[in-house]
Design a binder for this molecule. Structure first.
Ligand code: ADP
Length: 439
């Protein structure tokens, strides 16, 4: 990760610096050009003002150049027809070609002033030409100076730009290296904390599981001892003890099943058989299996589900509904109801289990999804609860990339809502999972 950060920072730095160098050079060059043009236009004004009819024009131009200007500057005077009248660099202006087609001359004749940059074959360099119509409008005066074009300008600037780039790169990479070192240390710390958290959760889980298993075992042992010691005098008492033993073993079986379910859901490489699951059929089956428990508690079960299918483990879907609906029965009162509604839209499948039972205090609402957490331990145990049901629901929802939420009001009832997004592994037409299907 560290090397990747460094690589990216270096690439970004080099690109940014190179681009900003090119842009700033271009802007600087344009500024310099404009300043030169301004300055040369002013100089032409001075030349124009100084020219007089007294002496030959060529002599005046040469003198002005020799006294007041740099060696590589050139002054040319052209008449309105393009004929060169005088040139500081040429003795025989008569041999010079007509200048009417030169861009700067044309512009000066049209609008009063103009400029152009051109490569001069005779001098072997680029020149900047600035021309201006004289005050009496009879001639155009032009000054030219050597001028670097953008590429030449870049070549001159290149050593400086390279030094700048290298310094920025060294600083940038050093800062990035420090930053990525810190990130790596933070990541390591986070991983260690997560490992410690996982270890604690596992430890708590084993502690709780052993404790939960101990209760029925103690009870079974107690009744078995009583039976052995012939404490049960009559047949009815003996049968009652045996029934209690049976009930405790059922509870133990339920607990072990739940523990196994959780550990399977947690181990990522556990084999899960996915198939096209028709939720309507699963709901019907779950409601039927819970009917005896519901009628003994005098709770009415109601269900509603359209033709909804998803790619899932049928066992997990059954377990999810079973846990939620049986909770609705267990934590209810005679005359209560449990409504189950399964809906679907373009994004997800929603399973809502609502009851008008005892409800859950706000401070306990987040905790009910914790393993072995029970609001009323006695009631849960009496109803065959293990304290793992909602934790299993949460795990199953998470397995499909979904979530479970809860709204509840004490004394009024609760609503559990599972949302499973229709994307990834659970989309029925997902080709990635079709090879695991057994439908
Ligand atoms: P249990 O096996 O004890 O039912 P769960 O994990 O399914 O374990 O639920 C945890 C606790 O949350 C329960 O012991 C109960 O106190 C509370 N609970 C769960 N569902 C409901 C509900 N529908 N109404 C009221 N309380 C509930």
């Amino acid at each position: 990760m560290r090397n990747q950060i460094l690589k990216r920072v270096t690439v970004i730095l080099v690109l940014t610096l190179a681009l900003s160098s090119v842009i700033s050079s271009f802007v600087l060059m344009r500024n310099m050009l404009n300043e030169n043009i301004d300055f040369m236009t002013q100089a032409i004004g001075v030349v124009d003002y100084s020219l007089n009819g007294g002496q030959p024009l060529e002599e005046q131009v040469r003198r002005m150049h020799d006294f007041g200007m740099r060696e590589d500057t050139r002054i040319t005077v052209i008449d309105r027809n393009g004929t060169v009248l005088a040139d500081s660099d040429m003795d025989n202006v008569g041999t010079m070609e007509n200048h009417l087609e030169r861009r700067e001359i044309r512009e000066a004749l049209e609008s009063g002033s103009g400029y152009a940059t051109r490569y001069s074959e005779s001098l072997g360099k680029h020149l900047l030409y600035v021309a201006r119509l004289s005050a009496d409008q009879t001639k155009v005066i032009r000054i030219s100076i050597p001028y670097n074009n953008f590429l030449e300008y870049m070549i001159v600037l290149l050593p400086l730009l390279t030094v700048g780039l290298a310094v920025a790169l060294i600083i940038g990479v050093a800062v990035a290296a420090r930053f990525s070192n810190r990130l790596a240390a933070d990541e390591m710390k986070r991983q260690m904390e997560q490992m410690e958290k996982d270890r604690k959760i596992r430890q708590d889980f084993f502690g709780n599981a052993s404790h939960e298993l101990k209760t029925p075992i103690t009870s079974i042992r107690g009744y078995a001892e009583l039976l052995c010691q012939d404490f049960a005098q009559d047949e009815a008492t003996r049968k009652d003890f045996l029934n209690r033993i049976l009930k405790e073993t059922e509870h133990m079986t339920g607990l072990i099943d739940d523990i196994l379910m959780i550990s399977r859901l947690e181990s990522k490489d556990a084999e899960v058989t996915l198939s096209r699951v028709q939720m309507k059929a699963v709901l019907r089956e779950v409601l039927e299996s819970l009917e005896p428990q519901a009628s003994s508690c005098q709770v009415e079960l109601l269900g509603e589900c359209g033709d909804i299918a998803l790619q899932a483990s049928v066992q997990q879907m059954r377990e999810l509904l079973l846990n939620l609906i049986s909770n609705g029965i267990k934590y209810n009162r005679p005359g209560g109801h449990v409504w189950t509604v399964i809906r679907q839209d373009a994004e997800a499948i929603y399973m809502e289990v609502t009851d008008d039972g005892v409800g859950i205090d706000p401070e306990d609402q987040a905790r009910v999804f914790e393993r072995f957490f029970r609001v009323d331990k006695g009631r849960s145990r009496k109803m065959g609860g293990t304290g793992l049901g909602l934790s299993i629901v949460k795990h199953i929802a998470a397995y499909y990339g979904g979530s479970v939420s809860l709204e509840s009001e004490p004394g009024k009832g609760s609503r559990f809502r599972v949302e499973i997004p229709l994307s990834g592994i659970n989309k029925v037409d997902n080709p990635a999972v079709s090879r695991y299907t057994n439908s």
